[in-house]
Design a protein around this ligand. Structure first.
Ligand code: GUN
Ligand code: ZN
Length: 444
């Protein structure tokens, strides 16, 4: 056949639903499982004993027993141009933007710099087991080209866009309502829907766009089928107060976006901390999504996300690293901090819910769950191979864990990039942590 089957044998965990709704039925766990692939997609996933009996006898089976296969992680909010200012000391949001972020983003006027950082960024995602990301570029159109080119070379799924920013920012990062729209259109025509790449209209946040630019962003979002929109909302109390001054007509910070046509399916808002239930209900009703970015929210001292209220009101939620406000590219480290944020809020994050949010939940928040996020037949074969003995402490703790829940919880609290033994994109190995193939593997 043109597309022969092949299979990987290991412990397998993936989700078919939200554990907060479906409990134990949400998750499929095969202690000795088989993931069967054809042409970069999932053909079947189930118990090895059953599937090995039905597969053609000559199907190659790779033996990864002792390891755990999960769907690739989905990072729903990250800034590739902030890679080099991760871990910059001492400020909260608005001062941090002025002192570190804007100067770092200025350098992306140079396409060679953009290309170098984009390559590192995509490799770092893969090294951390992230196979799909929704990312901010900078105001420079060539910074978007550089990022899409880097993702395309690795066959990764990526949603990205050019930052729109025409006020309250340095001159060297400022576009206009007119140039921002024209440049966004050209990028949409060039990239949106090309292979695995999707475009997001990217107004940075309400304070840095004029009402005229906010209108153009909303119009673009409505005009092209399948287009995304990404922004920030209600992250920091000083920011919220500033938006209230800039927009006395609006009921709330979120309402500014709604008035400009920026809520709807495939709009994704980072942070969503200082919202009320009217805002949350608007997000749910419009099909907008929240990106919960715990490492950033703690690092920048922004506040504590309320997952319980988001869930109660039926809002789609994914997880974001928000590098460089966030402090790790690792979704495992992000789950660790998510757990602690919710503890401080008197809420409890189960390990199952955590891994759901990092995989299928993220995919759902991006309306991509028919393509990625699980091992349902036909899904794109983006997956990771976790090494549960990656560190001596993890190995020791897992030896004392009795249930899958306990083991997943130890992995998210003690694990990080060291646990990602392999990352596969569309069925091909792109990252191997150790052994003969060690390192990143170029796409053919
Ligand atoms: N709000 C506006 N811009 C940014 C940014 O770059 N990072 C974060 N965390 N919040 C923002
Ligand atoms: Zn951000």
């Amino acid at each position: 056949a043109a597309f022969p089957l092949r299979a990987l044998r290991a412990e397998i965990v993936h989700f078919l639903a939200d554990p907060a709704e479906r409990g134990a039925d949400a998750l499929q766990h095969f202690a000795d499982g088989l993931l069967v692939l054809r042409d970069g997609r999932v053909a079947e996933c189930g118990p090895a004993a059953d599937l090995l009996a039905t597969l053609p006898a000559d199907t190659p089976v790779e033996d990864l027993r002792g390891r755990m296969i999960l769907p690739g992680f989905v990072d729903t909010h990250v800034h590739y141009a902030q890679t080099d200012i991760i871990a910059s000391h001492g400020e909260q949001l608005l001062a941090w933007l002025e002192k570190y972020t804007f100067p770092a983003e200025r350098r992306f006027a140079d396409p060679a710099h953009a290309a170098e950082v984009a390559g590192f960024f995509c490799d770092e995602l893969l090294r951390n087991g992230t196979t799909t990301a929704m990312a901010f570029a900078t105001v420079h159109p060539a910074s978007v080209d550089a990022l899409f080119e880097a993702a395309q070379a690795r066959r990764m799924r990526l949603i990205a866009g050019k930052v729109l920013m025409d006020r309250n920012c340095p001159d060297f990062l400022r576009d206009t309502a007119e140039s921002g729209e024209r440049e966004s259109r050209a990028l949409i025509e060039r990239w949106h829907g090309r292979e695995r790449l999707l475009y997001a209209v990217t107004p940075r946040f309400a304070p840095t766009s004029t009402p005229a630019q906010m209108d153009t962003a909303g119009r673009l979002f409505a005009e092209y089928p399948g287009l995304y929109l990404q922004s920030h909302v209600a992250e920091n109390r000083g920011e919220v107060a500033w938006v209230a001054e800039l927009h006395p007509e609006a009921r709330s910070y979120l309402d500014v976006y709604e008035r400009h046509g920026q809520l709807g399916p495939r709009s994704v808002y980072a942070h969503c901390i200082w919202l009320d239930d009217i805002d949350r209900a608007r997000m749910a009703a419009t099909g907008s999504a929240m990106s919960f970015c715990p490492t950033s929210n703690l690092f920048l001292g922004s506040g504590l996300f309320d997952l319980e209220r988001a869930h109660a009101l039926g809002v789609r939620v994914g997880l974001g690293t928000d590098v460089g406000g966030g402090t790790s590219f690792s979704m495992l480290a992000t789950l660790n901090e998510a757990y602690k944020v919710l503890q401080l809020n008197g809420q409890n994050l189960s390990a199952e819910r955590a891994f759901y949010l990092a995989t299928l939940g993220g995919a759902r928040s991006l309306y991509l769950d028919e393509r990625i996020g699980s091992f349902a037949p036909g899904r794109e074969a983006d997956f990771i191979v976790l090494d549960p003995a990656a560190t001596p402490l993890l190995e020791r703790r897992l030896a004392r864990a009795e249930t899958l829940s306990e083991r997943l919880f130890a992995l998210m609290m003690l694990g990080d990039d060291r646990c990602i033994a392999e990352t596969h994109v569309l069925g091909e190995r792109r990252w191997v942590r150790s052994g003969k193939l060690k390192g990143h593997i170029q796409a053919k």
